[in-house]
Ligand binder design. Structure first.
Ligand code: HBI
Ligand code: FE
Length: 296
C-alpha cells in the first residue's frame, strides 16, 4: 500500500477527517453536553431501553449494581462531569470525551491514569446495531458501569500500564487480545450460570442474545496464554467467548508479569477465533453454524 493511502487510512481510524490534527495532545475534547440534539438523546433512549430490557438475568450483578449507582437514565445522554463525580468517589476513575478511536499510546496513557476516553458522538438512527468506532453508547453504557467495580477498575489501569511495554516489545497484538476477550467480550460465571461483563456484548442487542443463548459460539474457560494466542473478529459476533470464574480473577491477572509469557508464546502459532483445543475446558462446544452460514 502507498504511504499516502496508509496515512489516510490511519487518520480515518482515529475519528478525525484525513489530515485533521487534534487540538489537544491527549486527544480530549469537550463533551459539549448542551449541544446534543433531541434526536441524539432519542437514539440514546432507544438503545438504553432495549438493553435495559434484555440485561436483567444476562448481565453480571456488578454491571447491574454499577448502573444503579450512576447518574444514567433512559431520557438523556449522560453528562460526563456527573458520571466522573460518582466514579471518582467509588474507584477514582474519570470519563473524558474523545472524537472516537485514539492512537494506542494516547489510549494507554489515559487508562494508566484512570481516565476512560469515551466517544463524544452517538450513532445515527439508521446504524443502531452496528458501528465501527466506539460511540457514547458503547463507551458509557457498556464500560462505565463496570468501572464502578474495583477489580475491573484496577485491571483496565494495568492494561494501560502494560500497553506501552507491550508495544515496545512488539507484542501489542497479544496484549490487545486479553483486553478484547475480557473487558470487551468477557463472560463470567455466576451461581452456576454464565453472565455478561464485556462492554462489547452489553452494549449490543444482537450480541447479548448471541453470546449467551446461541448454539453457534464456543464458551471456553479463560486461560491467559490461550487467549493471548487467539485472534479475534472485529466485524462480526465472536466465534469464541472466554469465561472467568469471577471478577477477582482479573485482579490476579493484573498482577502477572506478562514478559515471560510473551516469550513463551513467541514460538507458538496463533489460533483462529473458532479453534478448540484438546486442553480447553469447555462450557459449550459451539456448532459454528452462524459463521459457516455467513461465510457461504
Ligand atoms: N481508542 N477511544 C478508543 N477506544 C478504544 O477502545 C481504543 C482506542 N484506541 C486504541 C485501542 N482501543 C486498541 O487498539 C488498543 O486497546 C490496543
Ligand atoms: Fe470498548
Amino acid at each position: 500500500a502507498s504511504s499516502v493511502a496508509d496515512a489516510l487510512d490511519s487518520s480515518s481510524k482515529h475519528g478525525l477527517a484525513a489530515g485533521a490534527v487534534p487540538e489537544r495532545s491527549d486527544w480530549t475534547i469537550d463533551q459539549g453536553w448542551e449541544a446534543y440534539t433531541a434526536e441524539e438523546h432519542g437514539v440514546w433512549k432507544t438503545l438504553f431501553e432495549r438493553q435495559s430490557q434484555l440485561l436483567p438475568g444476562r448481565a453480571c450483578k456488578e454491571f447491574v449494581a454499577g448502573m444503579q449507582q450512576l447518574p444514567m437514565r433512559a431520557d438523556e445522554i449522560p453528562d460526563f462531569r456527573r458520571l466522573s463525580e460518582v466514579l471518582m468517589q467509588h474507584t477514582g476513575w474519570q470519563i473524558v470525551a474523545v472524537p472516537g478511536l485514539v492512537p494506542d499510546d494516547v489510549f494507554f496513557d489515559h487508562l494508566a491514569n484512570r481516565r476512560f476516553p469515551a466517544g463524544q458522538f452517538i450513532r445515527k438512527p439508521h446504524e443502531l446495531d452496528y458501528l465501527e468506532e466506539p460511540d457514547v453508547f458503547h463507551d458509557v453504557f457498556g464500560h462505565v458501569p463496570m468501572l464502578m467495580n474495583p477489580a475491573i477498575a484496577d485491571f483496565i489501569q494495568a492494561y494501560g500500564q502494560g500497553g506501552m511495554r507491550a508495544k515496545e516489545l512488539g507484542v501489542l497484538d497479544k496484549l490487545a487480545r486479553v483486553y478484547w476477550y475480557t473487558v470487551e467480550f468477557g463472560l463470567v460465571q455466576e451461581e452456576g450460570e454464565l453472565r455478561i461483563y464485556g462492554a462489547g456484548i452489553a452494549s449490543s442487542r444482537t450480541e447479548t442474545v448471541f453470546a449467551l443463548d446461541d448454539a453457534s459460539p464456543n464458551r471456553i474457560r479463560f486461560d491467559l496464554e490461550r487467549v493471548m494466542r487467539t485472534q479475534y473478529r472485529i466485524d462480526d459476533f465472536q466465534e469464541s467467548y472466554f469465561v472467568i470464574r469471577d471478577l477477582n480473577e482479573l485482579l490476579e491477572l493484573a498482577q502477572i508479569d506478562f514478559a515471560p509469557l510473551y516469550q513463551r508464546i513467541a514460538c507458538q502459532s496463533d489460533l483462529q477465533p473458532g479453534d478448540v483445543l484438546a486442553q480447553d475446558r469447555l462450557f459449550t462446544r459451539g456448532s459454528g453454524s452462524y459463521h459457516l452460514a455467513v461465510e457461504r
